[in-house]
Ligand binder design. Structure first.
Ligand SMILES: Cc1cc2nc3c(=O)[nH]c(=O)nc-3n(C[C@H](O)[C@H](O)[C@H](O)COP(=O)(O)O)c2cc1C
Length: 417
């Protein structure tokens, strides 16, 4: 099997959509190796790296030099590759409800691939292909920035319906695309990518199953959680001024709060970033969360729980570089006050936040163990979620220590030992 993947994102390999496309190709490769003992030949083209000028509309490719464009740039090579491929994958971000301009240019420049005559077959008019395209398959993969792909892809669908026929291509459209670059959310995005990989496997053997379609159709995160995270991610305040990165990070963490975890009273979490000398207060309430900056005179009321941590450490925990429980045992951060929040961290900030898939998206204390486990699983192409570390069990000696040490430092330490 010969695959041509056309990357229409100006970000090249850094593209969110390309992550999905790579997973899809991984899936095809695994299936092909399994079924035929041979990996497919994959060629990729990055539109941004090609010299493709806009069509001049002169129709010389239809009359003067049939099948040949009068513009001499990289497009001739693109057409040759499209003709070479058994499967063409179009990978691109949604721009203004359509395709990015350079990719639309490339599509326009396929005119030499058509014959000039009017096709009697196309319902609303069209042109027959100059080449035999039977047996070739088309895949369209795209991410967009809104919380859902639903209702945002009508222009794109119309275009490919006309190019390939309504049922003549396979499409994966995914909302919340910017989350694929956020390491802290890898647990959920990797899970989604594992379904894209599965889709690739199924496509290679026949077609994407209903079950996989269902998983791909789910939002990565519920709308309110996603939109709070997205708004926080720009690093600018309500009036557009630049904000401190530590505040931005704390807001993103607060955005992951699950209201369902509200225990009947507000939980007040102080994040004391010891390396930068800043404390932010996250209030976890019945209707959602909000972040407060510490006033010069300090917070008026007490918090429920305080985490003393270098910002760098908390960031590493959140991105899965360090496991939260391990970092705690290695004294990389400390906790004061009610420890209940730490034990129920995943309920407050994690698991059920993800789309109906029920997978996790967590940031903070438990994120380390979970992310690491799932990334590895995704790499192995397994969909099962690794069993969670039992935080309670791991932390039991430390809880004893905190309680005992607060009564008596020396005897407390001895008891926990
Ligand atoms: C110029 C521009 C226009 C965009 N238009 C839309 C849009 O109409 N709808 C949408 O949901 N996202 C829109 N987005 C967001 C992108 O589709 C989204 O960030 C996508 O994940 C980027 O994918 P990439 O990293 O593969 O380029 C737009 C982004 C840019 C830069």
């Amino acid at each position: 099997m010969r695959i041509l993947a056309i990357n229409g994102s100006p970000k090249g390999k850094q593209s969110n959509t390309w992550r999905l496309t790579s997973s899809f190709i991984e899936g095809i490769t695994a299936q092909e190796e399994d079924a035929h003992g041979q990996a497919p030949t994959v060629d990729t083209l990055s539109v941004g790296a090609l010299d493709i000028k806009p069509c001049r509309g002169c129709f010389s490719c239809w009359s003067k030099t049939p099948g040949k464009c009068c513009i001499h740039d990289d497009m001739q090579e693109v057409i040759e590759k499209i003709l070479w491929a058994d499967v063409v994958i179009w990978s691109f971000p949604l721009y203004y409800f359509g395709l990015p301009g350079p990719l639309k240019n490339l599509i326009d420049r396929q005119l030499p691939m058509s014959l000039p005559f009017m096709s009697a077959e196309a319902e609303n008019g069209g042109h027959p292909s100059r080449y035999d395209m039977s047996g070739k398959r088309t895949v369209v993969i795209s991410t967009c920035g809104f919380y859902t792909a639903k209702g945002n892809y009508s222009c794109v669908s119309d275009l490919f319906d006309r190019l390939c026929g309504k049922d003549g291509y396979t499409a994966i459209f995914c909302g919340q695309g910017e989350l694929f670059r956020v390491n802290e959310l890898a647990e959920r995005t990797d899970e989604y990518l594992s379904w894209v990989r599965k889709a690739g496997e199924e496509f290679a053997s026949s077609a994407i199953s209903e079950e996989t379609r269902g998983k791909l159709g789910q939002n990565l995160f519920p709308r309110d959680v996603f939109e709070a995270m997205a708004d926080a991610s720009w690093g600018v305040g309500k009036s557009g001024e630049k904000e401190d990165p530590s505040l931005v990070f704390t807001r993103q963490m607060a955005a992951l709060y699950r209201r369902q975890a509200w225990p009947g009273r507000d939980v007040v979490l102080d994040m004391n970033y010891t390396d930068i000398g800043k404390t932010y207060r996250i209030v976890l309430g019945e209707r959602g969360s909000h972040v407060e900056e510490e006033p010069a005179a300090g917070f008026a009321a007490d918090c429920t729980t305080k985490i003393n941590t270098p910002l760098s450490v908390w960031r590493s925990i959140a991105s899965g570089e360090i496991a939260g429980d391990e970092a705690l045992m290695r004294h990389m951060y400390s906790v004061e006050g009610d420890f209940d929040l730490m034990i129920h961290w995943d309920e407050f900030f994690g698991a059920a936040n993800a789309g109906a898939a029920g997978s996790a998206g967590s940031t903070g204390a438990n994120a380390g163990a979970d992310s690491a486990g799932n990334t590895a699983a995704a790499a192995r192409g397994e969909n099962e979620v690794e069993p969670k570390t039992n935080m309670m069990l791991l932390l039991a000696p430390w809880i004893v220590f905190w309680i005992a040490a607060s009564i008596d430092g020396f005897w407390g330490s001895l008891v926990s030992v």
